[in-house]
Design a protein around this ligand. Structure first.
Ligand code: SAH
Length: 257
């Protein structure tokens, strides 16, 4: 077992996909959080168009669909996730309003000013927060909204151990104040920010992984790559328990000027 911090990107793509598609959510989020963020968005109707970028298997997409009348395009790079989402929309009879599409967040196919709301939970880090909020802005109507969640520092100074972890995992992690400033500079009115509760990480993200980890170690017994991957995930969880006063996920809601 290796104890050094590795970025998740160093592991096999299929392995990561298999591991996370077995969970309901691919990040630390929850229905309550999605609804809280949605409560800051005005003026959605059956004519509205929402994009959910990096939707994963669509946990939040379905919540958005069930709490608005809007048309929703949900986009993710991984076909396995999109298949799962499209099966869920059929099961819930939402297929006329919700479409899962395989695509990349750096090549979105929307028209300029098409969207009333651009949503992205726990996914913008794939192209980076600052790049994402700037590049995606043109797709949003004037007066429309951006709602994204992003790993952020809560404190001005942090223990070296956790700084080192995040510098490898996602060097663009920054304080809430700095992220809000980036939004303002990109041309959004910062409508709201809120910190996701700890239970999102612990109950909704890390604890469900424990059973998956054990199943994976059995399924791939003796596979060093899998053992390293699981050790890495476990290390990340331990670091969270130890340093959670210093960082977490934050929702940022902005209105396009
Ligand atoms: N929003 C979901 C999933 C977040 S995990 C949730 O809250 O549960 C991050 C997601 O981003 C993964 O599903 C991953 O497949 C997707 N992703 C990674 N790179 C991407 C890209 N370039 N374009 C679109 N989606 C991407």
């Amino acid at each position: 077992m290796s104890n050094e911090n590795k970025s998740i990107h160093e592991f096999d793509f299929n392995l990561i996909c298999d591991y996370f598609s077995s969970l309901n959510r691919q990040v630390i989020l929850s229905k309550e959080v999605t609804l809280k963020a949605l409560s800051f968005i005005d003026n959605l109707s059956e004519k509205s168009v929402i994009a959910d970028i990096g939707c994963g298997t669509g946990g939040q997409t379905l919540v958005l669909a069930q709490h608005t009348q809007a048309k929703i395009s949900a986009i993710d790079l991984f076909p396995t996730f999109i298949d799962k989402l499209n099966q869920s929309t059929v099961a819930l009879n939402l297929q006329n309003r919700v479409r899962g599409i395989v695509g990349s967040m750096d090549q979105l196919q929307f028209a300029d000013n098409e969207l009333d709301l651009l949503w992205s939970e726990g996914a913008i880090y794939n192209i980076g927060f600052e790049r994402g909020i700037n590049e995606w802005r043109k797709f949003i109507k004037t007066g429309g909204y951006l709602a994204v969640s992003e790993a952020s520092w809560f404190t001005e100074t942090r223990p070296t151990e956790i700084e080192a972890f995040w510098n490898t995992a996602y060097p663009e992690i920054d304080t809430i104040a700095n992220k809000v400033l980036q939004m303002q500079k990109a041309g959004y009115v910062p409508v709201a920010t809120f910190i996701l509760p700890e239970y999102c990480w612990i109950d909704n993200f890390y604890l469900p992984q424990i059973a998956t980890q054990e199943a994976f170690l059995k399924k791939y017994a003796g596979n060093k790559n899998v053992e390293d991957f699981i050790a890495n995930e476990r290390n990340e969880m331990q670091l969270y328990y130890k340093h959670k006063a210093h960082y977490g996920y934050v929702f940022y809601i902005g209105k396009k000027l």
